[in-house]
Design a binder for this molecule. Structure first.
Ligand code: CO
Length: 302
């Protein structure tokens, strides 16, 4: 008796909406957007930039709290300095990933690294919010940091697709980062006429956000363009194909086991109930999530 894996196909395509942030740079956000609150367990996907800063002009997010979920920073170009209320500081450079568990509560800042701020240059990257199940919403806050060189890379059998495996696995290569629930987060670079099939656990939700060129999905090779996110049907196998022509495409693959719990979210907090949101605001305002102690002698990077 043989089992033929059911293919996944594109169930829906969402176009990222653009919004201008503080200094005038563009953020593309496919989720949340009108009619799409989340792709459980993913709560938000922001593509920040690309934007070219003049010397001294780069901006970021000063001290702010989070509770109840995780924030993932994946930097493509530029440099971000993270500091937090657990006393840690981390410079996150091009190709690096920081997977932060806000858990019970953390205050952090995300500002341009001092060298990048001084020199200016191209800033481009992603900020992804991943939900935590109720059992882990009060986990100890902290983060996993991986420099670009330590993030596993996978190559498709035809050699035409390179995958940066931030979470999950691709073509037999497993990620180095651990997650609370089964999650895949990967950066796929697809050359023209590439062909590959991958098995994604049928219990997972799955989506792909194309941020360069175009990539085709499913057995019917439906094209998804730069700035669009495809949500896939249930199934097992997903076919990924390069577009016809001379230029390929690049996308983030987001897949994971749905948490399937009520989501109460407001600003920087993601809980299960309104009462827990109120408690989060009270705990932050009364200082119970801590503050960032800044010591001028401290050098970032550790
Ligand atoms: Co933040």
């Amino acid at each position: 008796m043989t089992h033929t894996p059911a293919p996944r196909h594109i169930a829906r395509v969402v176009t990222a909406h653009q919004q201008r942030e503080g200094a005038g740079f563009v953020v593309r956000r496919p989720m949340p957007t009108t009619g799409l609150d989340q792709v459980d367990p993913f709560l938000m996907l922001d593509e920040v930039g690309p934007v070219t800063y003049a010397p001294g002009q780069a901006t970021g997010a000063p001290d702010h709290p989070h509770r109840g979920f995780e924030t993932v920073s994946y930097i493509l170009s530029g440099e971000k300095l993270h500091e937090d209320s657990t006393g840690k500081a981390q410079l996150i450079g091009a190709g690096d990933v920081q997977w932060m568990t806000a858990g019970a509560g953390i205050v952090h800042s995300e500002l341009p690294g001092p060298n990048f701020k001084a020199s200016g240059g191209l800033a481009h990257g992603f900020q992804i919010w991943v939900n935590l199940p109720s059992a882990n919403k009060f986990a100890e806050p902290g983060y996993q940091y991986l420099p670009a060189a330590k993030i596993p890379k996978a190559i498709s059998p035809d050699g035409l697709i390179e995958v940066t495996v931030v979470a999950g696995k691709a073509f037999g290569v497993a990620a180095a980062i651990g997650t609370h629930t089964p999650i895949w987060l990967q950066d796929w670079r697809v050359q023209p006429s590439a062909e590959a099939e991958i098995d994604i656990d049928p219990s997972f939700n799955a989506a792909a956000y194309v941020f360069d060129g175009a990539v085709c999905f499913g057995v019917d090779k439906a094209p998804v363009q730069n700035g669009q996110m495809a949500l896939f049907s249930t199934g097992e196998r997903l076919r990924v194909s390069g577009p016809a022509g001379e230029s390929g495409g690049r996308f983030l693959l987001l897949a994971g086991e749905p948490i399937a719990e009520p989501v109460a979210r407001h600003g920087p907090f993601v809980m299960n109930t309104q009462d827990e949101l109120v408690a989060a605001f009270e705990d932050f305002q009364s200082g119970r999530m801590g503050i960032i102690e800044r010591n001028s002698a401290q050098s970032p990077g550790g």
